[in-house]
Every structure is written in structure tokens, then in C-alpha cells.
Design a binder for this molecule. Structure first.
Ligand code: ATP
Ligand code: MG
Length: 404
């Protein structure tokens, strides 16, 4: 027998009263995005559950995908059976003989949403339990924590059997907490920060700064790949590539080397904030972690943060590097992050950046630059693509060609 569908139980959202249908619809869309690589799969969702109809698609990879999607508490693969007692009995016997191992206990839990069905749930339990004894005479019934809990559900269109309950990722459906702009470099920390924001229902748009020709197409592709790793948690992500070359050259030519890093970061923050406003995001998310590098002292954080009053979420700020790496491995971004491509922040980087920059000094140096014009041009030249579960290889090389 082949599983025909997967029943999905919602997570935390069940506590959200009025917003319930909004949450459910977001989750449905997210599941559709993530499963879009399976053309035959159909997804529906009602107040109590969502259903993934496999229509012949292999169950296992679909289940692996479902395990990652935020907002799913648990799910059960099910067999669809004709709504007639002989067929249901036969299916119960087939499933039980397939999964039974010596010494196992069982129970049958029937539920009838079609109240016109010939037997009620108590009678169903009785008759189907007897059918099990017919084929496995030695099996014992156990009401509390049986080894096999075979659920039988009589719905309008058919009967459904299930016996597995697989734990989901929990969290909130992506998008139910609003939108934030994730500043994504090619490093280890920012993808992890993005993952943690997604977990609490924040949908993200990725902002990535590139400085061609100083940064390579490989660096850009790496950022695309990292973004694609985040799609599995809640659906497609808009990837916004922003050119930083002109700004970096201006800073390099007109301001003291010790402030290069601080000034560059202040520009990145201003530009991200401008894009956020334009695209109706609520917050900025980054991968800053306290004390890791020169840019991540509290003084530095303050000097960079001073250009905006938009809330900045720093999900990994207090985590140790090893804790971040552990998460990066779990979400499968680590191996991509450690590919050696030069980031825009390492080009022109001085050997001794200022670890205690001052806001007033940064402002004085910025007077030498056309801050408004530089920001406006960077925003005007941004490029947006949508990252889906599968980015075609030719699509990628096209992107690289465009980039060059
Ligand atoms: P990461 O591992 O994310 O690169 P990091 O520890 O190397 O972080 P920094 O290089 O100081 O730290 O960067 C701090 C944060 O600034 C990054 O986590 C990211 O959010 C943002 N950032 C850095 N470079 C870029 C970039 N090229 N494009 C977009 N955001 C960036
Ligand atoms: Mg970095």
C-alpha cells in the first residue's frame, strides 16, 4: 500500500483566536512554495488541519520537506481507502500485518466526521479490532501508549488510515509576524540569523551587498545558495543585490582608513533601511555577534546603528561562535558559508580598523561624501530576484552573466 496523503496538525497558531485563518492561509502558501518541486502534490487547509495530497508522489522526500516548515506541529501520512466496511477491514488487516512485530500492543482510534456512515466510532473500533485479531491472534490491546495506534477516520469522500505521528519544526508560519530585511553576507552568521527570524514567523527579504569587480560572481552565487537554504523553512525569498562599489571607492579615497569599516557599515545600514521602507518591511535583521571582530564591539554597534531608529534584530548577538556553527551545520548552510570567496567587506579592509569609533567623527568624515546621492544611486541600482526551492543551473549562469 502507498500513502495517499499527509495530514498536518498546526503548531502554536492554534492559540491565536481571530487571526487563525490568516495564519493557516500563510502556512498553506508556505507549504505550497516548499513543495512546488513536486508537480503532482496538492495542498489544502481548513481550520483544524492541512492536507497534502501526494497523487502518486513518493512520500519520503515530501515528509523530509515538511519536517522543516515552521508552523507545523506534527503530521501523519495516511492511506486512503474506499468508504465501505469490507475495504476498510481489508486495509486495516494489510497495514497491521505490515507493521506488526512480535510482542507489540495496539489500539484502534476511529473518528467519524460523516455521521451517516453505517457504524459509529465505538462500533468501528470493535469491528476493526476484531479484524486485527483475525490476522494476528496473539496481539494484545492496550489503551494507554500502545505500540501501534491505528487511526481510522471516516470522512465524506473516503476513509483514511494512519499510524505514524511525525514531529514538525514548531515555530510560527513564516510571514505571520511581518517582514524584515535580512542583511546577508557570505559568512556563517547571517544565514543563521535569518533562520532564527524565520522560526518566529518573520518573513525575510535578503539584502546582499556586492562590489563588482572587486567581488566575484562566485561570491554572489554563494549568497544565492545560502538564501536557497533558507527557503525550505517557509517558502520563496526575494533576493536583493545592491552595488556597493562606488561607495567603497569614495570612502577609500576620501576618508581615513581607520574609519573605513565603520563608514561602510553605516552606508549598508542606511541603504538597507531605505529598501526596507520602500518594500514595507518592519525591521532589519543582521548576523552581528558581540566581540567577534572589530565591527562588533558595542561602540561599533552604536556608531553603525546611529543612522537609523528602525529596530534591528540580532538573533545571534550573544551566541558563541561554536553555537552558531552548530546551528549552521543543522540548517546545512555551513559548507556553503566556508567556500572561499571574497566579501565586499574584506576588500580595502585596513589591518587596524577602529574598534571604538565615535558617531561624531563618522559624521564629520561623511561630510566629505555625497551621502544622499550615494545611497539613492545604490537603491536605484538594486536587482531583485526570487529564490525558490530550485534555481535552475542555467538560470544561475544567466545571473552570473548579467552580473559580469
Ligand atoms: P557573517 O558571518 O554573517 O558574515 P560576521 O561575523 O562575518 O557575520 P561581519 O562581517 O562584521 O560579521 O558582518 C556583520 C553583519 O553585517 C553580517 O552578519 C551581515 O548581517 C552584515 N553584512 C556584512 N557583509 C554584508 C554584505 N556583503 N551584504 C549584506 N550584509 C552584510
Ligand atoms: Mg562576514
Amino acid at each position: 500500500m502507498e500513502y495517499s496523503e499527509i495530514m498536518i496538525r498546526y503548531g502554536e497558531l492554534s492559540t491565536k483566536g481571530k487571526n487563525r485563518m490568516r495564519f493557516i492561509n500563510k502556512l498553506k502558501k508556505n507549504i505550497q512554495d516548499v513543495l512546488s518541486i513536486y508537480p503532482m502534490v496538492k495542498v489544502t487547509a481548513d481550520r483544524d488541519r492541512a492536507h497534502v495530497f501526494l497523487n502518486g508522489t513518493n512520500y519520503l522526500p515530501v515528509a523530509e520537506s515538511l519536517k522543516e516548515i515552521f508552523g507545523i506541529q506534527a503530521f501523519s501520512p495516511s492511506y486512503k481507502v474506499k468508504k465501505e466496511m469490507p475495504a476498510i477491514k481489508q486495509a486495516v488487516q494489510d497495514v497491521m500485518t505490515h507493521i506488526y512485530q512480535e510482542g507489540m500492543t495496539f489500539k484502534i482510534t476511529s473518528k467519524r466526521s460523516d455521521h451517516d456512515f453505517e457504524l459509529d466510532s465505538r462500533e468501528l473500533n470493535q469491528v476493526l479490532g476484531d479484524a486485527v485479531f483475525d490476522v494476528i491472534p496473539d496481539i494484545k490491546v492496550q489503551m494507554k501508549k500502545p505500540d501501534i495506534d491505528l487511526k481510522v477516520e471516516i470522512r465524506d469522500e473516503a476513509a483514511y488510515l494512519s499510524h505514524e505521528n511525525i514531529k514538525g519544526a514548531g515555530g510560527l508560519p513564516v510571514g505571520t509576524s511581518g517582514k524584515g530585511m535580512l542583511m546577508l553576507s557570505g559568512g556563517i552568521d547571517s544565514p543563521v540569523a535569518g533562520y532564527l527570524a524565520l522560526k518566529r514567523g518573520v518573513s525575510i527579504e535578503v539584502v546582499h551587498f556586492a562590489s563588482p569587480p572587486y567581488t566575484s560572481p562566485g561570491a554572489l552565487r554563494k549568497a544565492h545558495e545560502l538564501t536557497r537554504k533558507l527557503v525550505k523553512f517557509g517558502g520563496n525569498i526575494q533576493f536583493i543585490e545592491v552595488p556597493l562599489t562606488e561607495i567603497q571607492e569614495e570612502i577609500k579615497n576620501k576618508t581615513p582608513e581607520a574609519y573605513l569599516m565603520t563608514l561602510t557599515r553605516r552606508f549598508m545600514m542606511r541603504i538597507t533601511d531605505a529598501i526596507r521602507e520602500k518594500r514595507h518591511g518592519l525591521v532589519i535583521i543582521n548576523g552581528e555577534s558581540l566581540g567577534q571582530v572589530a565591527s562588533q564591539t558595542l561602540e561599533s554597534m552604536q556608531a553603525i546603528n546611529a543612522v537609523t531608529s528602525t529596530p534591528i534584530i540580532r538573533p545571534v548577538v550573544t551566541m558563541d561562535k561554536l553555537e552558531i556553527i552548530e546551528l549552521a551545520e543543522k540548517i546545512d548552510t555551513f559548507d556553503v558559508s566556508i567556500q572561499p570567496f571574497e566579501d565586499c567587506c574584506t576588500i580595502f579592509a585596513p589591518d587596524h580598523p577602529k574598534t571604538t569609533p565615535k558617531v561624531n567623527k563618522a559624521e564629520i568624515y561623511e561630510k566629505r561624501l555625497d551621502v544622499g546621492g550615494l545611497v539613492a544611486r545604490a537603491v536605484a541600482n538594486m536587482k531583485i530576484i526570487e529564490i525558490t526551492p530550485q534555481v535552475e543551473e542555467d538560470n544561475l549562469s544567466q545571473l552570473i552573466d548579467d552580473f559580469l
